[in-house]
Design a protein around this ligand. Structure first.
Ligand code: GMT
Length: 376
């Protein structure tokens, strides 16, 4: 199959999922064309089946805002025609679903039909999409899609709650390539915990929705009971607030910030516990990545997180903002080596449920169904 993938090329979960999906499809022999404004950060080395088409928006002084969506639509038409694509798979509805709709209709007017599949990832529905400034376009572009997927049951139900959707939404959960999360350099843990302290880790884009301040508050409670260090991976708008809070709590000496990292699989295996304190999370890919590295997860119970992290097995769930409960749960896992190693083993078992080998065929089947309905 020749598949065009549209995504954000950045560190966000939707871009990571789209990139890993494209790489896995290419490894199975499909021709995969990424169409986006930058090279996806997780793309790694190119292979003969992977292609990248840059969407370049010219900086016309006439515009206060550059019309990215129109340029993307034109690029989709161009790539679809010249590479003879079979279908488009767009990740994150805004503005990719409406750009794909426009491209499909332009192509249709030229006698070519290329279906588009929209995968909903989270904030495109729960935060941005439902805003009246986006809602009518998003509803239309989802309903017009040839197929729609959501990354969790929770996101599917939120989509029906916020939009009038007359299309079936198939839940295809996010996935993980387990082999990439092997702990190849255990000695490197000393970089974070020189005296054998426990290592807590948080990975995110440091937006408000992640409640990174709660990560610090939970950590502050844990370190009073168990010698431990906190490693922060990622960066974003909340960083200054985090730095301020770490000074207020006098925890900076025990916190290491690594910034944005393209390959979190290198650092995650050094963690003993992963903290995910989000206000809302459609899935929580970062938690799944941690579990793939054998790291139990202390998380909130919002959105789709309970579909990923099983309470009392791969970690624990707490109400949003309940830092006391999260700290108590963390300490109960870290308190002795036997409990910790049981939870670590369970985390890996949990991650195996989301192995790419189980999820990839679901996407391939969906593509085949979309193509079959075109040929009818
Ligand atoms: O919130 C992020 O970290 C970025 C965002 C995105 O679209 O890039 O993540 C969303 O999609 C991920 C991949 O499907 C999910 O794992 C995240 O839970 C989801 N984020 C939210 O719902 C807040």
């Amino acid at each position: 199959m020749k598949i065009g993938i549209v995504c954000y090329p950045t560190f966000g979960g939707s871009g990571v999922v789209a990139t890993e999906l494209g790489k896995a499809l290419a490894a199975k022999g499909h021709q995969v064309h990424f169409i986006t404004y930058g090279r996806p950060v997780r793309l790694g080395d190119f292979s003969e089946n992977l292609h990248y088409h840059e969407v370049a928006v010219s900086d016309y002084p006439l515009f206060d805002y550059q019309p990215y969506e129109l340029v993307l639509s034109s690029k989709l038409v161009d790539v679809a025609k010249h590479e003879k694509l079979d279908l488009l798979h767009v990740h994150y509805a805004i503005p990719h679903a409406s750009a794909a709709y426009m491209a499909r209709e332009i192509l249709r007017s030229q006698g070519i039909y290329i279906p588009y599949i929209t995968t909903l990832h989270g904030t495109d529905i729960t935060l941005l999409g439902k805003d009246p400034s986006f809602e009518p376009v998003i509803t239309f572009a989802i309903n017009q899609s040839d197929a729609v997927t959501a990354v969790s049951e929770s996101l599917k139900s939120d989509t029906h709650k916020y939009f009038h959707i007359n299309k079936d939404i198939q839940v295809i959960p996010n996935f993980i390539c387990l082999d990439e999360y092997k702990n190849e350099h255990p000695e490197q843990k000393k970089l974070y915990a020189p005296y054998g302290e426990k290592v807590l880790m948080h990975v995110s884009n440091f937006r408000k929705v992640k409640r990174v301040e709660d990560v610090l508050r939970v950590f502050n409670k844990i370190r009073k009971v168990i010698p431990s260090k906190l490693v922060l991976v990622g960066d974003g708008p909340e960083r200054n607030n985090i730095e301020k809070l770490c000074r207020e709590l006098d925890t900076c000496g025990d916190i290491k910030s690594l910034g944005k990292i393209a390959d979190p699989e290198r650092v995650l295996p050094h963690a003993d516990l992963f903290l995910l304190t989000s206000e809302t999370e459609s899935f929580g890919l970062a938690a799944l990545e941690a579990m793939a590295a054998g790291v139990p997860v202390i998380s909130t119970d919002s959105g789709g997180i309970p579909e990923v992290n099983t309470h009392g097995f791969s970690g624990y769930l707490s109400p949003v903002g309940d830092v006391d409960d999260m700290a108590k749960n963390a300490i109960s896992i870290l308190k002795d080596e036997k409990t910790l190693s049981t939870f670590k083993a369970n985390a890996l078992v949990q991650a195996e449920k989301f192995s790419i080998s189980k999820i990839l065929p679901l996407y391939e089947r969906l593509y085949n169904e979309a193509l079959k309905s075109v040929s009818k």
